[in-house]
Ligand binder design. Structure first.
Ligand SMILES: CC1=C(/C=C/C(C)=C/C=C/C(C)=C/C=O)C(C)(C)CCC1
Ligand SMILES: [Fe+2]
Length: 291
């Protein structure tokens, strides 16, 4: 592990522990600004990791001319729009596929290569553990995106999935097969998703682990780009995404603020996750990334 990643790892564990202690001391669910603040963090710190896709694409597809860039942006947007269309047409199937894709995508965050079963269990735990103690909250949240009956079935299925996932993780935590730091990261991740309210747990994990670690790994993978190009790639598409979100909010049908925010942020994330995961897969980032 390189120095920036050790720092990120320590920070993630510190923030998770603090949030867990504070979560027990105060009722974080009762804070009306909690949701808003978490979503602001998710957008400002989480979206930039996807924003870097422009550099991954530039490196993978050798985008040199404006024509190539326009074509890439058109494909990326078309994929995102296609996801939104699928959400419209078959919201339930869309949501289930999105959760599975998210589990697979998050399973690349910790250094678990060589431990396929543990990797999948980690991804499955991230998605399923909130259902164990926060089942009702999770149903309410999912019901903002899909029909409440399907939300209930998904949460019940998640509760079942959390058992084998939790058992596999527990097994690896007590044996000596993985290193101590990875064990601690895994433990914090599970504690977060098991014990904190789902949105807060997601916000901390998405910003403090998924996005932060991706940015660090990317800086090594995308060495050919200058610091300025890296910063531009972080900022400009993020601004474009925020503007698009605002336009959709402005034009779209109005529901209570909380529902609007959850829908736009999570359907937006889902829409972007498909081309995002695709670009990363094409770039062979997984195979080359610095550990
Ligand atoms: C929908 C939803 C949730 C799940 C979100 C997921 C699974 C997001 C995945 C994002 C990805 C994969 C980004 C890629 O970089 C929560 C937070 C549990 C509760 C609120 C509603
Ligand atoms: Fe990602």
């Amino acid at each position: 592990m390189n120095k920036p990643m050790i720092f990120q790892s320590n920070l993630f564990m510190l923030i998770s522990s603090l949030a867990l202690v504070l979560g027990f001391a105060f009722d974080l669910n009762a804070n009306p600004y909690g949701l808003l603040m978490t979503l602001v963090f998710v957008v400002l710190l989480g979206v930039p990791h996807g924003s870097l896709d422009v550099l991954f694409a530039s490196q993978t597809y050798d985008l040199r001319h404006i024509k190539h860039w326009l074509k890439f942006i058109a494909y990326y947007m078309a994929a995102a729009l296609a996801v939104i269309l699928v959400w419209w047409l078959v919201p339930n199937a869309f949501f289930i596929v999105f959760l599975i894709l998210s589990a697979l995508h998050f399973s690349d965050d910790l250094n678990l290569s060589g431990f396929t079963l543990l990797k999948w269990s980690d991804g499955a735990a991230i998605i399923s553990l909130p259902s164990v103690f926060f089942g009702h909250e999770l149903i309410d949240l999912y019901a903002m995106i899909i029909h409440i009956d399907i939300a209930t079935s998904i949460v019940k299925t998640s509760q079942l999935i959390s058992i084998p996932a939790g058992l596999v993780i527990a097994f690896y935590l007590v044996t000596k097969k993985i290193d101590l730091r990875t064990k601690l990261e895994l433990f914090c991740t599970c504690a977060l998703f098991l014990l904190l309210n789902p949105i807060l747990a997601f916000g901390i994990y998405f910003c403090g682990m998924h996005s932060a670690r991706h940015l660090i790994r990317s800086r090594y993978f995308l060495r050919q780009f200058t610091r300025q190009a890296f910063l531009n790639a972080l900022i400009l598409p993020t601004i474009a995404v925020i503007l698009m979100g605002l336009v959709i909010w402005w034009l779209g049908p109005k529901k209570p603020l909380e529902i609007d925010l959850i829908r736009i942020v999570f359907v937006g994330l889902a829409a972007l996750t498909v081309p995002h995961a695709w670009v990363l897969k094409q770039s062979k980032f997984q195979a080359h990334r610095t550990r």
